[in-house]
Design a protein around this ligand. Structure first.
Ligand SMILES: [Zn+2]
Length: 184
């Protein structure tokens, strides 16, 4: 598997200056290192994993989201993905979601929210000059999933996401409460 941290560093547990800099810059944290080590080990049993690459891991409430390199999951069969999720679930004790990265933000969000569908998506600028992506979904996933998706988009794409729903208007308010509202 293509990894952003040297294999030697992962095996020895000591980061070279280049990899250490990536950690200091906040690109990767202890969890990423842990997952990369696990993936490296699992690649021995699941050799098809060599065809993909590691992007990022986000540990949310009850689910660990592992983002793999764009356009590579087509090289990995369903059995491998299933076995990978099962092994990781056993080791981490949480649900595992494997998501393929996408340079197109809308498509990335689409993959995250599936099977819900995006009704509208647009970018808005807040009074403080920051950007926010606003997405309206056709249906509700759990509130927990919703906040996890917001967290994944923030950590992987560095974009603030707001999710609303077409039908369940009352839930919209609940989701918004947890976010910081800019004072105009
Ligand atoms: Zn290194």
């Amino acid at each position: 598997m293509e990894l952003p941290i040297c294999i030697f560093d992962l095996k020895s547990g000591i980061l070279c200056p280049r990899c250490e800099e990536k950690v200091l810059r906040g690109l990767y944290d202890d969890l990423d290192i842990k997952i990369m080590k696990l993936l490296l080990e699992l690649e021995k049993e699941l050799p098809k994993l060599a065809k993909t690459g590691y992007v990022k891991t986000v540990d949310s409430t009850d689910t660990v989201y592992i983002i793999l390199k764009e356009d590579t999951l087509k090289y990995i069969d369903q059995e491998t993905v299933y076995a990978l999720k099962k092994k990781l679930r056993e080791k981490l004790g949480k649900k595992i979601k494997i998501i393929e990265d996408d340079k197109n933000l809308s498509r990335f969000i689409e993959k995250l929210v599936a099977p819900a569908r995006i009704i509208t998506i647009n970018k808005i600028w807040l009074p403080d000059g920051s950007e926010e992506m606003r997405v309206i979904l056709d249906r509700m996933k759990s509130l927990e999933t919703t906040s996890s998706i917001i967290e994944v988009v923030k950590k992987v794409k560095h974009v603030n996401l707001r999710i609303d729903f077409e039908k369940t208007g009352w839930l919209e308010k609940k989701v918004k409460v947890s976010e910081k509202k800019p004072t105009a």
